[in-house]
Design a protein around this ligand. Structure first.
Ligand SMILES: CC(C)(COP(=O)(O)OP(=O)(O)OC[C@H]1O[C@@H](n2cnc3c(N)ncnc32)[C@H](O)[C@@H]1OP(=O)(O)O)[C@@H](O)C(=O)NCCC(=O)NCCS
Length: 244
């Protein structure tokens, strides 16, 4: 049993065999193009990322250090080719309006590099601890199983939400993961993120696991939750239907 089970409760959700989600009706927005991120786009990508997950970073480093967190993210992107290559951008009128990261079981994840650790040392001591705890748990719960793909940090510029950009990014993630030999794709979503959950369900994802834990281990976007217990759903989608 992993040591993380002492801090995080994991509940498996058995799929209902008779339940079929229509992952149809995917609205294609023809004004949106999805492509891999280019090197010169680090700043804009980090900006969308920090805006999309602002609450999480306010909790982690406080308002005062948001810019530092953004700079750390850029540094992280610059230093790790594997992470960088997994970033995709959604373009509307030649401008980046959405982002996501796609990775598969074939892409090794190395969260604890010396560089990252050195950068974390620039944060206040409490933030450093929070960051270390959450990196450890994220490393544990985001590990891909064999033939699994994973979509992460999906975020859309807040003035462009509700226009199908999130759906286009998810469709691209399906295609990329399928091409790279994955039979399923998964993601994590905070329980209270109803908008994102609705988007994923519509796209054919179903919840397969529930993670519950103290906020310091599972920092997410939930705020002021009683007892600071927060939860994430792991949601999965079968990619085998893409064969047809
Ligand atoms: C979640 C997020 C990425 C969705 O991106 P988006 O481009 O707005 O999504 P889409 O336009 O493709 O919307 C698709 C579906 O999301 C749901 N949705 C979108 N806007 C919604 C709203 N205002 N209320 C409820 N559901 C909404 C709907 O199911 C919608 O489909 P429909 O409009 O056909 O009914 C975006 O809201 C975001 O960046 N949020 C902040 C970061 C975040 O929470 N990321 C997810 C982490 S797990």
């Amino acid at each position: 049993m992993s040591i993380f089970r002492l801090f995080i409760k994991v509940i498996n959700i058995s799929p209902d065999e008779n339940f079929s989600l229509k992952s149809a009706e995917i609205r294609k927005n023809k004004d949106v193009t999805i492509r891999p991120m280019k090197l010169e786009e680090f700043d804009r990508v980090a900006e969308i990322y920090l805006n999309g997950f602002r609450n999480k970073y306010v909790y982690l480093v406080g308002e005062k250090y948001l810019q530092t967190a953004q700079n750390l993210y850029i540094k992280h992107l610059k230093s790790d080719k594997n992470i960088r290559n997994g970033h995709y951008v959604a373009m509307v009128n030649n401008e980046i309006k959405g982002i996501c990261r796609i990775r598969t079981f074939k892409d090794p994840e190395n969260i604890f590099t010396f560089d990252i650790f050195k950068s974390l040392l620039t944060l206040p001591i409490l933030s450093l601890f929070k960051a270390l705890f959450s990196l450890l748990t994220v490393d544990y719960i985001e590990r891909c199983e064999k033939n699994e793909g994973y979509v992460d940090i999906l975020a859309v510029d807040n003035t462009y939400r509700g226009k199908g950009i999130g759906q286009s990014l998810l469709s691209r993630a399906d295609e990329e993961c399928y091409k790279r030999g994955c039979t399923k794709i998964s993601l994590l979503v905070v329980l209270s993120n109803f908008r994102a959950r609705r988007l994923y369900e519509k796209h054919g994802y179903v919840p397969t696991k529930l993670y519950l834990g103290r906020r310091i281990f599972l920092f997410g976007t939930e705020v002021n939750n009683a007892n600071e217990i927060i939860g994430f759903f792991k949601m999965e989608k079968n990619l085998e239907a893409l064969q047809n």
